[in-house]
Design a protein around this ligand. Structure first.
Ligand code: PGA
Ligand code: ZN
Length: 426
């Protein structure tokens, strides 16, 4: 039985307000959670309720979302018994009454949903990932940490168009070994940038954000860092990209406005990804095309889907209805999972299940505005996600997720498995 629910306006890693909720059960178990916030958001994401009061935090305050938890949500949930996560989440969805959680705010709803999950896990004396695992397999897999070592696009004030250049240290015996490899590459890259007179300041997700001569230079620098760190590119450490192409989309074309200003058609973009994936050891490409370019996505999948993981972020928005459309139209072969795109724990797990039942891989993700909340680390283990992206080699709100994986792996001992190269298929 839920005894009490409270909420507070706190801060995310960009210094913008976000929602923290606390749920207390009758037996004294309790859970707390903070929701993250994106910058390059998909249009079909659940609505993050902001106050739009220009006098506070540039309009980004979340006092209304907090108030919704403390009044309407609290009133409808306290002193009630919920059998499981799904029952609680459906009550929240019903109370909101809109298809995209616009009335109460997905930030309010998800904070309560996650806090309830933690409280229930505590009541059942389970680690969070075990509680979330429910119908999933018994095996306990730790994901490949895909580390976003060069930031561009909307996450950095440099001249790089593509948003994320990630390293995937997949040839490792454990998560701990993989993260050590990733950090070694990260620190080697820092030294390399310094040596070349390039900036080592970092972007929103903790990757470096230098001005470069071309987008390709980001890849060249990373490959050199991998080699200098003593690893074989493609064999031990591969690359994953998220160009976040929806952000480049203008009037039916893709515009590389931060670098050359070049304007590319859908066909030209597909050719670019064909070239890049032949030339470089890229195992995963997320949002290679924009969320409105469904026809382009079909062509991209037909061209590259058999040899590269194609992850849908903006086009799917962790939404089961959109993922189903994607499956029907043969769009992509993997789904990016961000709980705050859909707004409850149950719907997040529904999307995971739908993807997995249709042989789509899942890729768990943080947001560019994060907090030290480590919920997604447990979510990745619970769902046997092969891969996670949760930042680069630094910034506490990112490394805290890595720390949570290290704790889980340590406690599991010999029962832990590391996903490795298979995480990306082919
Ligand atoms: P966002 O970026 O959190 O700013 O939306 C992450 C992504 O595009 O994957
Ligand atoms: Zn993305």
């Amino acid at each position: 039985k839920i005894q009490d629910i409270s909420a507070l306006e706190v801060l995310d890693s960009r210094g913008n307000p976000t929602v923290e909720a606390q749920v207390i059960l009758e037996d004294g178990s309790w859970g707390q959670a903070i929701v993250p916030s994106g910058a390059s958001t998909g249009e079909n994401e659940a609505v993050e309720l902001r106050d739009n009061d220009p006098l506070r935090y540039g309009g980004k305050g979340v006092r209304q979302a907090v108030a919704n938890i403390q009044t309407q949500i609290r009133n409808s949930l306290i002193q009630r018994d919920f059998m499981d996560q799904s029952q609680l989440d459906h009550q929240l969805i019903e109370l909101d009454g809109t298809p995209n959680k616009a009335r109460l705010g997905a930030n309010a709803i998800l904070a309560v949903s996650m806090a309830f999950a933690r409280a229930q896990a505590q009541a059942q004396q389970l680690p969070l990932y075990r509680y979330l695992q429910g119908p999933f397999t018994e095996a306990v897999w730790l994901p490949v940490p895909c580390m976003n070592v060069i930031n561009g696009g909307r996450h950095a004030d440099n001249n790089v168009d593509f948003q994320e250049f990630m390293i995937a240290p997949h040839q490792a015996g454990s998560f701990a070994e993989a993260i050590q490899m990733g950090e070694t590459v990260f620190h080697t890259l820092k030294a390399l940038l310094k040596q070349r007179g390039l900036s080592t300041g970092v972007g929103d997700e903790g990757g470096f954000a230098p001005d470069l001569k071309a987008n390709e230079e980001a890849v060249d620098l990373i490959l050199e860092a991998i080699t200098r760190a003593g690893y074989k590119p493609g064999e031990q450490v591969s690359l994953c990209l998220d160009p976040a192409a929806s952000e480049l989309w203008q009037n039916g074309h893709y515009q590389l406005s931060k670098s050359t200003g070049q304007i590319l058609s859908t066909e030209a973009m597909i050719r670019l990804w064909e070239d890049w994936t032949r030339q470089y050891p890229i195992v995963s490409l997320e949002d290679g095309l924009g969320e409105h370019d469904w026809e382009g996505w079909k062509a991209l999948t037909a061209t590259l889907g058999h040899r590269v993981e194609l992850v849908g972020d903006d086009i799917f928005c962790t939404n089961p209805a959109l993922v189903q459309q994607g499956i029907d139209q043969k769009i992509g072969n993997a789904v990016l999972i961000k709980p705050n795109q859909i707004g409850t724990v149950t719907q997040t797990l529904d999307t995971v299940r739908l993807a997995q039942q249709n042989q789509y891989r899942i890729f768990i993700s943080h947001r560019s505005g994060e907090t030290v909340d480590t919920f997604i680390a447990d979510l990745a283990v619970a769902t046997s996600a092969g891969a996670i992206k949760t930042g680069s080699g630094c910034r506490g709100e990112r490394t805290e997720k890595f720390n949570q994986f290290l704790r889980i792996e340590h406690r599991l001992g010999a029962a832990a498995r590391f996903a490795g190269r298979d995480a990306f298929g082919q």
